[in-house]
Design a protein around this ligand. Structure first.
Ligand code: AVJ
Length: 323
C-alpha cells in the first residue's frame, strides 16, 4: 500500500468519490415525499449543535455509551488480544476513541477511516500528539463502501470500532450491507466493537430528539441555513418547524421539517413548492431490540461475544467476532 508520511501519522488516501451535495439536495427535494440526507447536518454550526446535543439531559446515548466503555474497558482490552489494530469507521472528532487509547499498550495500532480528508488529518494529528506512543494511520475512504484494510506487519487482530449508534442512520437493509462490508474487510476471529441504541418507551426516546432547550430543533433547522449558505438558496428557516416522533412500527425516531405556510423556495433555477403542513424527512434514527441485533450480527457473519447494557436498558455496546 502506498501511504504518505505526514510526520506523526501516516495517510492512506483511497480517493473516495465525494457525492455532489447540490445534486443530492435537489434530488431529495424533488421527490414526492421530500427528504434530505442527515449527513448534510454537519457543517461547522451543525457539528457544534450536535456536540451540544450530546451534553443534554434528555439525550442519553452519548453519556450512557461513554460510561459503558469506561466501565468495561478492561474486558474490551482483553478481548482484543495482543497487538491489535483498532479501526474506527467514520472517525469524525470522536472522543470515544480516547477512552480506548488511554488504556491500551504501546503495541496498539489505530487506524481512522473518514471521507473528509482535511478533517481526518487534523483530528488524527491532534490524537497523535495526545498519544505519541501509538501508531496512527489515517485512511481517507468512504466507510459505507467495501474497504480493503492495509496489512500491518506484526499485528494480529483487527478490531473495527463503530460507536455512537451511527448505525441508526442506516435503513435496516443498509445496516445489513454495512455490517457485511465491515465483515469483508476483516479476517475470521477479528473483532467488532459497536454501540447501538435500544428500542424503548417513547416517553424516553421522544424527549431525546425534542429537548426542552430546543437545541435539536436548531440542529434540524440548521440544514436549511446550510443549504442557503452553500447552494445559493432562499429558505426561510422561520417558516418551518422541527418535528420528531418515534415511529413504533418502524422502530425509529423520525425527524422532519414541517412547512408552516404555503410557500415556494428556490435553489438557483429550481423551484420547490411546499403546502402548509408538508414535511421534509431529514433523519431516521433506527433503534434495535436485542433480538433484532442478534439477527443483524448473525446475518452479517459475526457472533456476539459480549454485550454490555446499562441498568436502565438504554444503550448497548457489543463485542462481536467474525465467524
Ligand atoms: C449521530 C445518528 C447517532 O441518531 O441519535 C441526534 C443524530 N439527531 N439528535 C442520533 C441525532 C438528532 C444521532 N446519530
Amino acid at each position: 500500500m502506498n501511504y504518505q508520511d505526514l510526520g506523526n501519522i501516516k495517510l492512506l488516501d483511497m480517493k473516495p468519490v465525494i457525492s455532489n451535495m447540490k445534486a443530492d439536495i435537489i434530488a431529495g427535494l424533488s421527490k414526492k415525499n421530500k427528504q434530505l440526507s442527515p449527513k448534510y447536518f454537519y457543517d461547522k454550526k451543525g457539528s457544534e449543535l450536535f456536540d451540544e446535543i450530546c451534553t443534554l439531559d434528555e439525550y442519553y446515548p452519548t453519556r450512557t455509551e461513554t460510561s459503558l466503555l469506561n466501565q468495561h474497558i478492561h474486558e474490551i482490552i482483553n478481548l482484543m488480544g495482543d497487538r491489535p489494530v483498532f479501526v474506527e469507521f467514520g472517525s469524525g472528532a470522536s472522543e470515544k476513541i480516547k477512552i480506548i487509547l488511554s488504556h491500551v499498550s504501546e503495541n496498539t495500532h489505530y487506524a481512522a477511516i473518514d471521507i473528509s480528508k482535511k478533517f481526518l488529518i487534523e483530528s488524527t494529528q491532534q490524537l497523535a500528539k495526545e498519544f505519541p506512543y501509538i501508531d496512527i494511520m489515517a485512511i481517507c475512504a468512504d466507510f459505507t463502501k467495501e474497504i480493503t484494510l492495509p496489512e500491518i506487519e506484526d499485528y494480529q487482530t483487527s478490531v473495527a470500532f463503530f460507536p455512537g449508534s451511527t448505525i441508526g442512520n442506516f435503513e435496516r437493509n443498509e445496516a445489513l450491507s454495512f455490517m457485511q462490508n465491515v465483515r469483508k474487510s476483516l479476517r475470521k476471529s477479528d473483532g467488532f466493537l459497536i454501540g447501538i441504541d435500544l428500542h424503548k418507551d417513547k416517553k424516553i426516546l421522544e424527549p431525546a430528539y425534542d429537548d426542552s432547550r430546543g437545541i435539536t430543533a436548531q440542529f434540524n433547522l440548521n440544514i436549511l441555513n446550510r443549504i442557503n449558505n452553500e447552494l445559493n438558496a432562499n429558505f426561510n428557516p422561520d417558516a418551518f418547524k422541527h418535528l420528531s416522533f418515534y415511529n413504533e412500527r418502524m422502530y425509529r425516531i423520525e425527524m422532519h421539517l414541517e412547512s408552516l405556510v404555503d410557500q415556494s423556495v428556490r435553489i438557483e433555477n429550481h423551484r420547490f413548492d411546499f403546502a402548509k403542513g408538508e414535511r421534509i424527512h431529514t433523519e431516521s434514527s433506527n433503534k434495535y431490540t436485542i433480538d433484532q441485533m442478534k439477527i443483524l450480527f448473525n446475518n452479517s457473519g459475526f457472533e456476539l461475544v459480549e454485550q454490555w447494557i446499562d441498568k436502565d436498558s438504554l444503550f448497548s455496546v457489543n463485542y462481536l467476532q467474525a465467524t
